[in-house]
Write a protein that binds this ligand. Structure first.
Ligand code: DP6
Length: 323
């Protein structure tokens, strides 16, 4: 029985991925840029079991839902077809972050699965190939293969759409958890609905491509202030496009908006902090490392607060029990 265990961390995008130009290959409508975190890890073990009737997937010690299992099996089918194997696998995964709460558990989940499954099935893939493979599970997983700041090139095709490292200013992220419950509309579904019905979708895609060029320049210049400004602007544009869907989707709650307000007040008080939010109510605030403790203290009354920094891309780890 071939077994491999990998660990990956979520990433939070500073320029967001929201919309696909190819649903099957998961090619994004525009490139994106993110920070891989040093907390909220997913640890996944893949063990081949040729005698099993089918794949088995457990999440945090319990059998996964049929929808989750089906998504894992579709991903393993890709790996099996490349490896020339038909063996089912037992997949055991443990998430430190609440699943489905907008803390990018699908990113760490598919990044860890890509590394563990590729190894268990005997594929010898380099980091860019693993990033491309993870992309097929969930777009944002592409970026969790990379240490720290990561740019996902939209690319022209499967071969050119992967993430690689990019230099940038040091920063911390202050995660403000407003609500850890599973979100009502998945990002996959909401992304589709935005592309199909939001009158702002075309503007979103164009402005994101432009923001990514500006963000890349700001990162290379080590300009934290500009990185922060583009981050907050890009997040609000994404939520504006999402809120204009039909039927509308509103991920930001009153508690989320209160964090954006508090961040604006922090800036007025001379502490540079900027807010972003994924497809959920939780808000992530970026600051210079020296300011993160003060920012966390100011935001403490608005939700559960955790400070994280830059973390490692997905990699193999010694065998562990994740059951
Ligand atoms: C708001 O990567 O979860 O977090 O490719 O359909 O699996 P699929 O979507 P997913 O979307 C992430 C959206 C986001 C923005 C981002 O991480 O860039």
């Amino acid at each position: 029985m071939r077994t491999a265990t990998a660990r990956a961390h979520p990433n939070i995008a500073l320029v967001k991925y929201w919309g696909k130009r190819d649903e099957e290959l998961i090619l994004p409508a525009a490139g994106s840029l993110s920070l891989t975190l040093d907390g909220f890890a997913t640890t996944t073990t893949v063990s081949l079991d040729p005698s099993a009737a089918g794949d088995l997937f457990s999440l945090n010690g319990a059998e996964a839902s049929p929808a989750q299992s089906e998504r894992v099996t579709r991903f393993l089918d890709l790996v099996r077809s490349r490896a020339g194997s038909s063996s089912p696998a037992v997949v055991r995964s443990r998430n430190e972050a609440p699943t489905g709460a907008g803390l990018a558990s699908s990113a760490s989940g598919f990044a860890a699965l890509a590394v563990a499954a590729a190894t268990a099935y005997g594929l010898d893939l380099d980091r860019a190939e693993l990033s491309r493979l993870a992309r097929r599970g969930s777009g944002s997983a592409t970026r969790s293969l990379v240490d720290g700041l990561s740019i996902w090139h939209a690319g022209d095709d499967d071969a050119s759409s992967f993430a690689e490292p990019i230099d940038g200013p040091a920063m911390h992220m202050i995660i403000v958890t407003i609500d850890a419950a599973e979100k009502a509309v998945s990002s996959r579904e909401a992304m589709r609905r935005t592309a199909a019905t939001s009158p702002y979708y075309a503007g979103w895609v164009d402005s994101t491509a432009h923001s990514l060029r500006e963000m890349t320049a700001a990162c290379r210049a080590g300009d934290f202030t500009r990185v922060g400004e583009i981050t907050e602007l890009n997040a609000l544009r994404m939520h504006a496009a999402i809120e204009a869907c039909e039927p509308p989707i509103r991920y930001l709650r009153a508690g989320s908006v209160a964090v954006f307000d508090a961040v604006e007040q922090l800036r007025a008080d001379g502490i540079e902090a900027f807010a972003t939010a994924d497809a959920g109510p939780n808000v992530v605030v970026i600051s210079r490392p020296a300011d993160s403790a003060a920012v966390a203290e100011r935001l403490g009354g608005l939700g559960a607060v955790r400070v994280v920094g830059a973390g490692p891309g997905a990699r193999l780890i010694p065998e562990e029990d994740c059951a």
